[in-house]
Design a binder for this molecule. Structure first.
Ligand SMILES: CC(C)(COP(=O)(O)OP(=O)(O)OC[C@H]1O[C@@H](n2cnc3c(N)ncnc32)[C@H](O)[C@@H]1OP(=O)(O)O)[C@@H](O)C(=O)NCCC(=O)NCCS
Length: 148
């Protein structure tokens, strides 16, 4: 297969296809932030750093880069299995990092499942450093929180 993918900014109308794409990818966890309304906020707030790679009409890769004014965060870097190991993941990541740097980011974080050895090798090979000094904490809004 010849690789001549095109990388474009993700648009709101792509959201249903992005969700379908991620549902097929091991290593991408989907949650409440992957509801269409939440993804639309992500795309609106992060111009240029949420990207889709297309091979013709077919989605073959994605990345969501979010910059909150202090740190950048990478979510849902995913490449379709037949298109892996052709540097598409690297290209998507580099494009996303470049845009977030232009917007002011000086440091970028991401989460990887501990058993995702492929992604760990990928990131470490690109110079990403696993933090040993930090526990990652999360807090989920309970249903009805906004009514209190
Ligand atoms: C991780 C992922 C995005 C990498 O995409 P990719 O396009 O295959 O990666 P690249 O071709 O740019 O890889 C660059 C280098 O990273 C390393 N690498 C990538 N995938 C690897 C794997 N599965 N095992 C070991 N090394 C790997 C290799 O050194 C590779 O260079 P090489 O092919 O010349 O040896 C892809 O495997 C994927 O979509 N995984 C499932 C989703 C996921 O886990 N995403 C990360 C969640 S945070």
């Amino acid at each position: 297969m010849e690789s001549n993918w095109v990388i474009e900014e993700a648009r709101p109308e792509n959201i249903p296809a992005m969700i379908e794409f991620w549902q097929e990818i091991d290593g991408v966890g989907l949650g409440r932030s992957d509801e269409p309304w939440a993804l639309e906020i992500m795309l609106t707030n992060n111009p240029g750093s949420c990207l889709i790679a297309w091979q013709g009409e077919t989605m073959v890769g994605t990345i969501l880069g979010g910059f909150d004014g202090r740190r950048g965060m990478i979510y849902h870097l995913a490449v379709s299995p037949p298109w892996r190991r052709r540097k598409l993941g690297k290209v998507l990541l580099e494009r996303c990092l470049k845009v977030m740097r232009q917007r002011g980011a000086v440091k970028v974080n991401l989460f990887v499942y501990r058993d995702n050895s492929g992604a760990i090798t990928f990131y470490e090979g690109l110079g990403w450093v696993q933090r040993e000094d930090i526990h990652a904490y999360s807090w989920d809004y309970p249903a009805g929180f906004e009514e209190n």
